[in-house]
Design a protein around this ligand. Structure first.
Ligand code: AMP
Length: 389
């Protein structure tokens, strides 16, 4: 990818695609992680004499502008984080009004455009919108790693029309995740959890041949346990993935580690009755909602001495404290490796779990892009990354 240093930005207006798709409640930003993550790139460009025009999407508006998807609340957060005024441009990004507003920007000034998904052409990568957006800058920087897997107008579209470079966040993410695919230090241990095998199939497939151990947890464990002929009661299962799980077990059985015990519940509720049972003997009418204590210990042991670790997906229904122990145990075991290993956590839920455990600072890299990080690890080419080459 082209780097920021290769781009001439002094005295230029730089259009920067950021990922400010943040949770907002009653007009208040609930989590500023993504705004903070964009600061190094913005500060770098400002220090080099650029004026900045920032664009992002927020949520999934379907029919044009809608107040609840407005980026206005983000402008205030950014202003505080950046320590300088941020001009919010409320007109549609494609409008003449927006073009006039950005033309008056001076070096060192920052403007944030309204949600690009208010434009019907954004997700279609419509050529007219690409032209209109390209007119807003002299150069383009893509820093929205979380959107890099989208071939949208504001991501890969404008890159084709302006001199461009990858921002620091995009660059770091791609480097950090690529280390998991190319020549990882060994032993290499991957932990995969979450609800469904079907969401993670391609990642599992691409990583299994490269790893020494893959530890399975979360709802998806029961599809594997069923494939081995275990009793799973009312646990989550994807019947159409059982044959595939069986095939993986046959081919990679020595690398795949499955839970031996589980925390079973009589219903899906925070105050359900619970029992620790063998993972392949969930009683009729009960459901497994977490890995059990024996499995948590075994997984922590399997992580000891690892030199490369990737974790995606919770081990159980960690939103309910009664089923969070397995996920917390994995968070602790990953964090305990400290700088003895290269550790990466990706995907919204595992990131919140590591944050909740207070151990985030001990992890080598926390990925800000859920879908994008998975697609990269599936071995797919991301349109945004390709456009920066
Ligand atoms: P994912 O988005 O695929 O990473 O899945 C995360 C979701 O999986 C979380 O909301 C968890 O509550 C859920 N989950 C984890 N383990 C289980 C389980 N044993 N049964 C049902 N849902 C689960």
């Amino acid at each position: 990818m082209q780097t920021l240093d290769q781009l001439d930005v002094n005295g230029k207006r730089v259009l920067v695609r950021v990922d400010y798709n943040v949770p907002i409640k009653d007009g208040v930003v609930q989590d500023e992680t993504r705004v903070t993550a964009s600061l190094p790139t913005l500060q770098h460009l400002l220090a080099r004499g650029a004026a900045l025009v920032l664009m992002s999407h927020l949520g999934r508006p379907k029919n044009g502008p809608e107040e609840k998807y407005s980026l206005r609340p983000v402008a205030a957060v950014l202003e505080r984080a950046l320590g300088r005024p941020v001009k919010f441009i409320a007109s549609l990004p494609s409008s003449e009004e927006t073009r006039r507003a950005v033309e008056s920007l001076q070096p060192g000034e920052v403007a944030l455009l309204e949600n690009v998904r208010f434009e019907p052409g954004e997700e279609k990568n419509a050529p007219e919108l690409v032209e209109q957006l390209a007119r807003l800058g002299d150069a383009f920087v893509l820093d929205a790693f979380g959107s890099a897997h989208r071939a949208h107008a504001s991501v890969s579209g404008v890159a084709g029309r302006l001199p461009h470079a990858a921002g620091l966040l995009l660059h770091n993410e791609v480097e950090a995740l690529s280390r998991l695919l190319h020549d990882p230090a060994r032993p290499y241990v991957v932990i995969i959890g979450g609800a469904k095998v079907s969401d993670k199939i391609k990642v599992i497939e691409n990583l299994l041949p490269r790893v020494d151990r893959m530890l399975i947890g979360g709802g998806m464990m029961f599809t594997f346990i069923r494939a081995r002929g275990g009793q799973i009661g009312k646990s989550l299962v994807e019947e159409d993935q059982v044959a595939y799980a069986r095939q993986l077990l046959e081919q990679y059985g020595d690398r795949l580690m499955l839970p031996t015990d589980a925390v079973a519940a009589d219903r899906f509720a925070p105050d359900a009755q619970t029992r620790v049972v063998p993972a392949d003997r969930i009683p009729d009418g009960w459901m497994g909602l977490d890995i059990g204590p024996e499995t948590a210990r075994a997984y922590a042991e399997a992580l000891q001495g690892a030199k490369t670790v990737f974790w995606n997906g919770p081990m159980g229904v960690f939103e309910f404290p009664a089923f969070a122990a397995g996920t917390n145990a994995v968070a602790q075991a990953v964090a305990k490796l400290g700088n003895q290993a290269y550790t990466v956590v990706g995907g919204g839920d595992s990131v919140s779990a590591i944050n909740q455990s207070g151990q985030a600072s001990k992890v080598s890299h926390i990925s800000t892009g859920g879908g994008a990080s998975l697609e990269l690890l599936e071995g797919q080419l991301l349109p945004g990354v390709e456009a920066m080459k």
